[in-house]
Design a binder for this molecule. Sequence first.
Ligand code: URA
Length: 237
Amino acid sequence: MLRLDKYLADCGAGTRSEVKKYLRAGRVSVNGSVCTKPETKIDPEQADVTFDGRHLRYRRFAYYMLHKPAGVITATEDTRHRTVLDLLEDVPYSNLSPVGRLDIDTEGLLLITNDGALAHDLLSPAKHVEKTYLCRLAAPATEQDAEAFAEGIVLEDGTRCRPALCEILPDGALVTITEGKYHQVKRMWAARDNEVRYLKRLSMGPLVLPDDLPAGAYRELTPEELHQLKDRDYARE
Ligand code: URA
């Protein structure tokens, strides 16, 4: 059983304090009768709840993929810069967070959710979730770079990275890493005496940035994507 105000907030009707106002205003009905009490206990699977006459479907968590553009920071709030959450307009959830972090100048796939357990799993160092980045570089990538990535790059501060895949492209490289150290890809290339000029995350675990999602745009994960994400088998332990 769940409090009605929590149920409404979970469904995305508003924040806990907003939904209390909606309840007081008589905008919510439970099983056909107007209900004004936030503390009313309901069974989320059984109750027929309407808000302004619309039937709600109980949904505890929300999952969005954002094509992060350069120039916004991966944070929930900031006094100076726009954040990735500022880009999620028309999203009714107030408790969303980005899963992991992309630098201000990095573009690409960013998962944003209020499912803390899933976020924790995806970021867990033990899970080795694969992330693939498109890198444009100051100097061409070489076979020696690919070999060094496969062996495990030692960063300039002495930190050894796990073996990574480096696929050479005519104008850069695709790098797949299974960890998430601070500025990792840029520091890996710095350790190879090269410099990242442009960085874009193309995938994270089973999630792939779709071609038709332009920079700055976002959408909810499809049921199929969510299913794949929750299927832990994709993460090599
Ligand atoms: N590695 C980096 O150096 N920067 C990012 O934003 C992501 C991975």
